[in-house]
Design a binder for this molecule. Structure first.
Ligand SMILES: NC(=O)c1ccc[n+]([C@@H]2O[C@H](COP(=O)([O-])OP(=O)(O)OC[C@H]3O[C@@H](n4cnc5c(N)ncnc54)[C@H](O)[C@@H]3O)[C@@H](O)[C@H]2O)c1
Length: 375
């Protein structure tokens, strides 16, 4: 420990900042929580009090310009990410941004390239990369324990929006609610994580085919009165061909009965297989099971302490567990000059794959990747 601290400023002081980002910073002794900003002043003031943050801003440009802020955390609604992320990069700050990092893959690639040119570090809020179980699976892929990878299955599904009176968020203002094809919803909100997790495990995608479905014909939508007839994708399934030759199957759903976060990753290789299940049950955040070609019965695995931030366990609430791990590794990347992981280029690739899934559904065909080879 060098005693070096990183000055952090957080934009957006609402639900996800309170449950995930701020507990992550507040528990890391290498972080100096300099400032918080929200366009709703009471929210910023409440978070400053709760997490002992020194300065409160209501204009994001003031936080970004603060010389004590070395890293800007963008935890605001999706349609603000690009402008805030770009402003922070242009000010020479390191940036963490929630997913998706922009409204389109084109914008996301522009952010990644701008950060590269400005030589600043970036990180996407890909929460589940920081699950101890999924980090163990990834380590087994890297060290050859699983052998050649044949199949990867990824699910992100829970019942968050099964109740039509639970308002949909992140619907762009002025959107056409009844387009011919569903407005991408589960494939963006959940899919941006899932396609990234599966790419992290299986490498680059070669092609995808998919099907998107709407089940809840009427819903409440944040910012609108009463029930709305709205055609969104409540669930998407996709098949993947990886460049390596491996096969993948994906499902995202916001109407599948089950608890949060509802992620399951199964990886089957020539030597062994692993199943990580991130579904909080009986107070336990996640489980990992492992089988080998000789001993095909899956057995539970005890996860090594090194995958957990100090003071956490599988009984830590999942948002806090994963975000404390994300912050621990992210601060280490910056202060100890470690290789980047889950950065804006990964965020842009994730948006490109989501776009390919949507295109495959709309055009009823396999879509080759990369979609934007020059981006
Ligand atoms: N990684 C994950 O697993 C995960 C989970 C949940 C949410 N998220 C993402 O986190 C982000 C925040 O989610 P949330 O549920 O807290 O959203 P929210 O809408 O509840 O809160 C966002 C806050 O940002 C403030 N805000 C809006 N524009 C701003 C601006 N220009 N400058 C400063 N503040 C501004 C709003 O007033 C609000 O208080 C979203 O992008 C969401 O998609 C990610």
């Amino acid at each position: 420990m060098t005693g070096k601290k990183l000055g952090v400023g957080v934009l957006g002081a609402h639900t996800w900042a309170e449950k995930a980002h701020l507990p992550g910073y507040a528990n890391d002794p290498r972080v100096d929580l300099v400032a918080v900003c929200d366009v709703v002043p009471e929210r910023a003031a409440a978070m400053a009090k709760m997490f002992n943050i020194r300065k409160v801003y209501t204009k994001p440009e003031d936080l970004i310009a603060d010389p004590e802020v070395q890293m800007v955390d963008v935890c605001t609604p999706t349609d603000t990410h690009y402008a805030l992320g770009m402003a922070a990069i242009e000010a020479g700050k390191h940036v963490l941004c929630e997913k998706p990092i922009a409204r389109s893959a084109t914008e996301a690639f522009a952010l990644a390239r701008a950060a590269e040119a400005a030589k600043v570090r970036t990180k996407v809020g890909f929460t589940f990369r920081y699950s101890p179980a999924l980090r163990q699976i990834r380590a087994w892929i890297e060290d050859g324990t699983l052998g050649e990878i044949f199949h990867i299955h990824g699910l992100e599904q829970n019942s968050q929006f099964l109740d039509p009176y639970f308002p949909l968020r992140q619907v762009p203002q002025g959107a056409d609610f009844q387009p011919k094809h569903p407005i991408p919803m589960s494939i963006v909100g959940y899919g941006s994580h899932l396609v990234d997790l599966v790419r992290w495990m299986g490498g680059e995608y070669k092609a995808v085919v998919s099907s998107m479905s709407n089940y809840m014909v009427e819903r409440t939508v944040r910012g609108y009165e009463g029930l709305q007839k709205i055609n969104v994708d409540d669930g998407t399934v996709a098949l993947v061909e990886f460049a390596s030759g491996a096969q993948g199957m994906l499902q995202t759903s916001i109407v599948a009965v089950g608890n949060y976060p509802g992620i399951e990753i199964r990886v089957y290789g020539s030597k062994a297989a692993a199943v990580g299940r991130l579904v909080t049950e009986r107070g336990i955040a996640e489980t990992l099971h492992f089988a080998t070609a000789d001993k095909v019965e899956f057995e539970p695995v005890t996860l090594p302490d090194s995958h957990f931030p100090p003071g956490t366990s599988l009984r830590t609430e999942w948002r806090e567990l994963y975000y404390r791990n994300l912050v621990r590794l992210w601060i280490g990347e910056i202060l100890e000059n470690r290789p980047p992981e889950g950065d804006f280029l990964d965020g842009a690739r994730s948006q490109e794959i989501v776009d390919a899934c949507v295109m495959a559904h709309v055009e009823r065909r396999w879509v080759d990747l990369p979609l934007y080879p020059d981006a």
